[in-house]
Design a protein around this ligand. Structure first.
Ligand SMILES: [Zn+2]
Length: 298
């Protein structure tokens, strides 16, 4: 089962999250039919987003990551709830690029552009942070986002290991964040640990769980495990949401769909579920739709 643990150092010098998201990412890959490089890009993004979700205060909040690069993948979108349950998609799911030094070339697949993080707090205005993509490898980009947008020095590692049959053999990551007042000794000790550590996917593929990864990553530190959670790939689409999407098209557009097609078919971008509306269903939505001639805000 997937697992993310939240850790704080005994004296409050740093906090850490360690994640095994293998099943969640495997599920995402099978829903979207992702090529290996797309699986790595979306899988890293979803894992980071799942960790970020654990900072949300309540169940009506979400945090989303949008990576808009000029590479062949197009944009990458993901959303997490406060339990780290995520959903997401990549614009072009079957991009194939030559390996770079034997590794998937996520950087090239993503390209140059921006990462936007949106923290949605229900009724209040969302908090939006936007930074330029640094490497396109995603982990460094998330660390950069935390540095620029939240002034929090962070170490982020993310990995997805795709098997020969395109299933996900291992996926996960970790994030360490220094808390105010952490001294330089702690930083260099953490850096030394990170430097000697195997990659996340190597550890997971060797059947290590998040607790034994924590022992290695935080060797020499005293820490408490504050939370352990099992996140999933989960979509929250519904017939209601799809109806609202159709209504938001407006009266004229709906009327022309009814006239030309007599039905509508919508696919959820996150889970690929198909919703179909027949003529009478569309006609009943017309009463809720606003027309161009209707007054605004009425
Ligand atoms: Zn859905």
């Amino acid at each position: 089962m997937d697992n993310i643990i939240r850790i704080t150092e005994k004296n409050g010098a740093f906090r850490a999250f360690i994640a095994d998201t293998t099943q969640m990412i495997d599920h995402a890959v099978s829903i979207h039919g992702l090529s290996p490089v797309a699986a790595a890009a979306l899988g890293r993004t979803l894992t980071a987003n799942s960790i970020m979700g654990l900072d949300l205060k309540s169940s009506n909040e979400t945090v989303s990551i949008q990576i808009c690069g000029d590479g062949p993948l197009g944009s990458i979108v993901s959303v997490s709830d406060n339990n780290g349950n995520v959903r997401g998609y990549v614009e072009n799911p079957i991009v194939d690029l030559p390996l770079k030094n034997g590794k998937l070339d996520v950087s090239k697949a993503v390209g140059q552009g921006f990462i936007t993080v949106v923290h949605n707090m229900g009724m209040k205005d969302p908090y939006v942070g936007r930074v330029r993509i640094q490497t396109g490898e995603i982990a460094e980009d998330i660390a950069y986002y935390y540095m620029i947008s939240q002034q929090t020095p962070s170490v982020v590692a993310l990995g997805v290991l795709v098997d020969v049959d395109y299933t996900v053999k291992a996926a996960g990551g970790y994030m360490i964040q220094l808390l105010p007042g952490a001294d330089d000794n702690i930083i260099s000790k953490l850096e030394a640990n990170v430097y000697t550590l195997e990659s996340v996917t190597e550890m997971l593929a060797a059947e290590m769980d998040v607790y034994s990864m924590a022992k290695k990553l935080l060797l020499g530190f005293d820490y408490d495990i504050l939370q352990s959670i099992s996140p999933q790939y989960k979509c929250n689409c519904s017939i209601d949401r799809m109806e609202r999407a159709l209504i938001s098209l407006g009266k004229e557009e709906l009327e022309s769909i009814i006239k030309e097609d007599g039905k509508a078919e919508l696919n959820c971008q996150f889970c690929k579920r198909k919703y179909t509306f027949d003529k009478s269903q569309l006609e009943s939505l017309l009463t809720s739709a606003k027309g161009d001639k209707d007054e605004k805000n009425s």
